[in-house]
Design a protein around this ligand. Structure first.
Ligand code: ASP
Length: 346
């Protein structure tokens, strides 16, 4: 491996970082990649070769979808040998979903894939985009003493913190500190220097293991956010539909839900239809443990699988991936309980 001059592929998908105001209707719209690089001449100071790939059309990340995830994963696969790391410029709104999905699609990753973006466009005087982009590039090109990537994971760099992608969630539409990973410490923090949390960083099973790209995603998944006042018809509609293969139940606290017989009955009905039911807490931090309260135990008895401390974004990516790769739903249930890419605490 060349230790002297790293090479990075910058993948531009869109997002606020590369937007400017359209005088016609005053809304933010994406502009081209060359203009982004012109705003960040600092990148030329790195002894790094930076190539770029721009997706067309550039999108607000509200339009991100599994097909784009597939295209990003295949782009990384096809250019894997030519680069030391990858930086993906992405809108913040769905960045945590993309990071989660990619983490499952890319197995035995030996190179960094760092997603970043910004709250203010890169051309704005007070933009957070420059620091985010510059540090993301530095992290993606950093190697350890043996010449291996320092952070060979799918991660999000934002506001001085490097977070595990599938543990991250967007927590603010306004603050520069837009992301958190409440159940996982940062992989690195950037101050005067970048401090890496090496003990936490996941490395491939072997540095020689080839990258495996899982491009099959099955998206027949629904999300039910449990709430006071939920009615049987609404609940049945969300979790019992014929086309639904799996349901993420966003429950209260440590995995609790109403104890009414009709509620448990509909959960049992969905389970008997063969649907995979995954319990994820609505709380920003903490764990599902269905053994603490009888309201949680009823779900466990009905066949609901614990999502432990996974985020909803992580759960969605994991289910899309597992359903896409496995027809055997019992296997899917078993793998949901296993830590595949650092998405749950062991
Ligand atoms: N709507 C934008 C997007 O997600 C927001 C942003 O980039 O911060 O593409």
């Amino acid at each position: 491996m060349d230790r002297k001059r790293s090479s990075i592929l910058l993948i531009y998908t869109g997002g606020t970082i590369g937007m400017r105001q359209d005088p016609a209707d005053q809304t933010l719209k994406p502009f081209d990649f060359k203009a982004i690089l012109e705003e960040v001449p600092e990148l030329k100071k790195f002894a790094i070769r930076i190539d770029s790939y721009t997706f067309a059309p550039l999108i607000d990340s509200s339009d991100m979808d599994p097909e784009m995830w597939r295209r990003i994963a295949l782009l990384i696969r096809d250019s894997y040998e030519s680069y030391d790391g990858f930086v993906i410029l992405h809108g913040t709104d769905t960045m945590a979903y993309t990071a989660s999905a990619l983490s499952f699609m890319l197995e035995d990753l030996a190179k960094p894939v760092v997603l970043t973006g910004s709250q203010l466009p890169i051309g704005a005087p007070r933009t957070d985009g420059k620091e985010n982009l510059i540090s993301a590039v530095e992290i993606a090109s950093t190697k350890d003493d043996e010449g291996h990537a320092r952070v060979p994971e799918v991660s999000i760099y934002f506001n001085s913190m490097l977070l595990r992608g599938n543990r991250s969630t967007k927590v603010s539409s306004e603050n520069f500190a837009a992301f958190k990973s409440p159940n996982c410490l940062p992989l690195a923090t950037a101050g005067i220097s970048i401090r890496y949390n090496d003990d936490l960083i996941i490395r491939p099973s072997s540095w020689d293991a080839p990258l495996k790209v899982h491009e099959n995603l099955l998206t027949d998944v629904s999300i039910l956010k449990v709430h006071p006042g939920i009615t049987p018809p609404v609940m049945r509609h969300i979790i019992c539909g014929q086309e639904i293969k799996a349901v993420i139940l966003e429950t209260y606290g440590s995995g609790n839900a109403p104890s009414a017989d009709w509620f448990t009955g509909i959960v049992e009905e969905a389970a008997s239809m063969g649907k995979v039911l995954l319990n994820v807490t609505q709380c920003p931090s903490g764990n599902v443990n269905m053994k603490i309260y009888s309201t949680g135990k009823k779900l466990e008895d009905a066949g609901v699988v614990s999502g432990k401390d996974i985020t909803t974004e992580g759960a969605l990516g994991k289910l899309f991936h597992l359903l896409g790769e496995n027809e055997d739903l019992e296997k899917v249930k078993r793998l949901l309980g296993e830590n595949l890419r650092g998405e749950i605490s062991s």
